[in-house]
Design a protein around this ligand. Sequence first.
Ligand code: GDP
Length: 525
Amino acid sequence: MSEKNLADAVSKRRTFAIISHPDAGKTTITEQLLLFGGVVREAGTVKARKSGNFAKSDWMEIEQKRGISVTSSVMQFNYQGKRINILDTPGHEDFSEDTYRTLMAVDSAVMVIDSAKGIEPQTKKLFQICKMRGIPIFTFMNKLDRDGRDPMDLIAELEDVLGIEGYPMNWPIGMGKELKGLYDRYHQRVALFRPEDEEHRYLPLNDDGDLVEPNAIQDDDWYRDARDNMELIGEAGNQFDEAKIASGDQTPVFFGSALANFGVQTFLETYLQYAPEPASHHTEEDTDVAPTDSEFSGFVFKIQANMNPNHRDRIAFVRICSGEFDRGMDVIQERTGKKLRLSNVTEFMADTRETVETAVAGDIIGLYDTGNFQIGDAIYTGKSKIKFEKLPQFTPELFVRVAAKNVMKQKSFHKGINQLVQEGAVQLYTSYSTGDYILGAVGQLQFEVFQFRMQNEYNSEVIMEPMGKKTARWINPDQLDERMSSSRNLLVKDSHDEPLFLFENQFAERWFKDKYPDVELTSKL
Ligand code: GDP
């Protein structure tokens, strides 16, 4: 591909994740987006897969049980000349560190909020990672067809709870049964909800914010309320600021209903206008790798195991950071210095896994892997070695004690545990006092996958004893005294031999802080 063609292709990529709390409407909105992209023809396709009706013969058992599919991990479609990659961030029990790491591979995020509930815990956690990366975040306040909270409250909550300015792009005219439409100040029009005739779906507004042509809606109280609120915000609220949007300090807010397909298309089109192209990636040598660099580079942000139990293959998900991928190309794996040929590669569509021929910076490819890759691995072509900045570590919340069922099989147990920990499947801790192995995760699924893979790949049956939720806090080794440990704050070390406490709960942490006011406790992300 010529330099110009590469730059063209890269500039069309938009790669993002949808972050939300379970049930806010992520699946429904994703489906609408895929419908616009012409990838699925019927609503319900993604849903069916989610509920497990979409069984494919080659999923691993856990995948089948849970209906998780590699095909829905990345969805790709074209819209208005742009190539869109949506990366899935699973919720519910499927939540795992991979969910967090996926956010390392996107250039922007869409935050879906249930307008009756406001900001919920999982959204908050995912938001924090986006915030740390300083990527643009676009907000969709969903379920407007139901009675929800006051829009002004919802906007204020963004600032109060998340610390991000909200800029309403439109304002609901009514809500629930009273939903009449959206007062869209950005596009200077009113969008009617369920208009009598399609031709009059949009009513233009003049520069003063009044309807250009008289319409019955202007006598509606909800309309006047929406217009007044928009005017008020226009005068006293946050001003639309592209630089702040780009740095993740302001989020444009769109109201709508994913289920009623109201406001979604406007959202998508406006989003595409502001969503950033693929960004540069920083290296440990303090240089930047630009997406338009002609040499190929990328990093592994997620590994999904055992797609096919007969072959025990895994898929390593790679975010391309620069250049172009060509089928069969040779790359260097930074960690080992090994040369690898990328021939068995897959690209992701909503319905099928298709073999990919070419892909460019911004795209995601899936490499069939027989155990070569670890999370965070960089691959590249060219003479200069590329080592991307390390992926961050996350603070696990769930813990189990783990041991080999058969004491005679310690060797395979240790081999398996070491490899899976290196790969980033779970985190491993060792108790100071007893030497017990403790696994940490952000989601229950990680333990199940661990157990399954230990059995299937390392022939090691493990016993896991749940310890429940704990608060993990790292302590400066110089300040550590082993006598600080108690049953309510278990002292362990992580896989880098750094000490930390697992606090029973917040009270235990507070009690500790009161007792040892000079001791510094830190968390990871
Ligand atoms: P996810 O868990 O975030 O993927 O949420 P889903 O997309 O599965 O939606 C959760 C539930 O909310 C489902 O029953 C949807 O039909 C429903 N839902 C999603 N969007 C809307 C909406 O705009 N209005 C209403 N009334 N329900 C919605």
